[in-house]
Ligand binder design. Structure first.
Ligand code: 8ID
Ligand code: ZN
Length: 330
C-alpha cells in the first residue's frame, strides 16, 4: 500500500456507533491505494495483474449474481464484504482484496489524491448523480468542509472545460454548474469552501436561522436538493424546511443512533423525496476516478504518517479536519 485516507466511517467503526457491528478484532480503512504484489494461484480471469496500481474501496467484494447486483446496486449485494468492517482494511502495509473489485488508478493521478476518491469522492459523486438537479439549481451541502462534503463542493462548482470523449464524462458534465450553498463550521472550512468555488457559505455554529438564510439566498423559494454529509444528525434537521417543492434530500452522513426527524405533512405537501445514498458501484468508482484524473476535481488533503491515526480520530470526532487526512504507508 502507498497510502490510505481516513474516513469518518472508520471512526464510527472504532466507536461501535452503528446497529450493524463490525468484525473484531478489526484493521480499519477503506480508501487505500497500492501496487498489486501477488495474486492467488487459483485466481482465473483476473482483470488486473501484478504491478498494477489499484484502489481498495468500501465494497471489497460483491457477488454480481444476486438480485441487487443484477440491478447494478452492488452496494446492497447480499454477499457484500466491506473493507475495514467485515474484512480487514487499508490501515496496513499489505492488504488482501478481490481482483474483481479493486479499482484501477490511471497513471496521471497521484496515489494520495486518488485515496479519498475511493470512498468520499465516489459517495458524493453518486449522491449528486441521483439528485435529479439541473445546471443552475441550488444544492445545499451540510458538512461541506469535511472529507465527503469538500469533494461534493468541488464536483459541483467545477467549470473547467475538458474534452468529453467517454460516457462517464458526459454524465459528469450534467452535474457541472450547480449553485452550491456550503454549510459547515469555522474559518478554515469557510476558506476551503470558498477556494472550491461554493456560491454561498453558512456557518452552522454562528448562523441563527439556517432555513431563513437559505430561503433568502434562493430568492425565497428554497434549494432544489441537499446532500447531507454531516456525521451528526443536526445537519439533517432543517432540510425539509429549506428544500423547495419536489426537492430531494440525499441522506449520506451516518450519525450514530440517530433518527430522521422530518415533518410528514411538509414531506407530502411539498412532494419531497428522501433518498438514502450508500457509496456506489464499481462503475461509479471508475467514473469518479476518471473525472478526477481529468483535473476537474480538487482533492484537499494533508499527508501524515500512519502512527498519527489516533490523533486523526480525535480531530475527526471534534469536527476539526478540513478536507481529508491521508496516511502514508511507506
Ligand atoms: O455511503 C455513504 N452514505 C457514506 C460513505 C462514506 C461516509 C457515508 N459516510 C458518512 C460517514 O460515516 C460520516 O457519518 O458520512 C459522514 C461524513 O463523513 P466524512 O466526510 O468522512 O466526515 P468529516 O470529514 O468529519 O465531515 C463531516 C463534516 O460535517 C460537519 C463537520 O464540521 C465536518 O466538517 N458538520 C457537523 I459534525 N455537523 C454539522 C452541521 N449541523 C456540520 N456541518 C453543517 N451543519
Ligand atoms: Zn468512507
Amino acid at each position: 500500500m502507498h497510502c490510505t485516507g481516513v474516513c469518518h466511517t472508520d471512526l464510527h467503526a472504532a466507536m461501535g456507533d452503528w446497529p450493524v457491528p463490525p468484525k473484531t478484532p478489526l484493521i480499519g480503512g477503506h480508501e487505500g491505494v497500492g501496487d498489486i504484489v501477488a495474486i492467488g494461484h487459483n485466481t482465473v480471469d483476473s482483470p488486473v495483474k501484478i504491478g498494477d496500481r489499484v484502489g481498495v474501496k468500501w465494497i471489497a467484494y460483491s457477488c454480481l449474481q444476486c438480485e441487487q447486483c443484477r440491478n447494478s446496486r452492488e452496494q446492497n449485494c447480499e454477499n457484500a464484504q466491506l473493507s475495514g468492517y467485515t474484512v480487514d482494511g487499508t490501515f496496513q502495509q499489505y492488504v488482501v482484496s478481490y481482483v474483481t473489485c479493486v479499482t484501477p488508478i490511471p497513471d496521471g493521478l497521484e496515489s494520495a489524491s486518488a485515496a479519498s476518491l475511493l470512498c468520499a469522492g465516489l459517495t458524493v459523486y453518486r449522491a449528486l448523480k441521483y439528485s435529479e438537479t439541473n445546471p443552475g439549481d441550488w444544492v445545499v451541502l451540510p458538512g461541506a468542509g469535511g472529507g465527503l462534503g469538500h469533494l461534493g463542493a468541488s464536483l459541483l462548482s467545477s467549470v473547467s472545460e475538458w474534452s468529453i470523449n467517454e460516457p462517464s464524462a458526459i454524465q459528469y458534465a450534467k452535474y457541472m454548474g450547480r449553485r452550491v450553498i456550503a454549510i459547515d463550521g469555522g474559518e478554515e472550512k469557510r476558506k476551503l469552501c470558498d477556494e472550491l468555488g461554493a456560491d454561498h457559505w453558512i456557518d452552522f455554529t454562528t448562523c441563527k436561522d439556517v432555513t431563513a438564510e437559505i430561503k433568502r439566498v434562493t430568492g425565497g423559494k428554497g434549494a432544489h436538493a441537499a446532500v447531507v454529509t454531516t456525521a451528526s444528525s443536526s445537519g439533517y434537521t432543517q432540510a425539509i424546511d429549506y428544500l423547495r417543492e419536489n426537492g430531494r434530500l440525499m441522506a449520506v452522513g451516518l450519525p450514530a443512533k440517530a433518527t430522521l426527524d422530518a415533518s410528514i405533512f411538509f414531506t407530502v405537501f411539498k412532494s419531497i423525496t428522501i433518498h438514502g445514498s450508500y457509496v456506489g458501484n464499481r462503475q461509479d468508482a471508475i467514473e469518479c476516478i476518471n473525472i478526477a484524473a481529468s483535473g476537474a476535481v480538487k482533492v484537499h488533503y494533508q499527508l501524515k504518517p500512519i502512527d498519527e491515526l489516533e490523533n486523526v480520530y480525535v480531530a475527526l470526532g471534534e469536527g476539526k479536519i478540513a478536507g481529508r487526512i491521508v496516511l502514508a504507508l511507506q
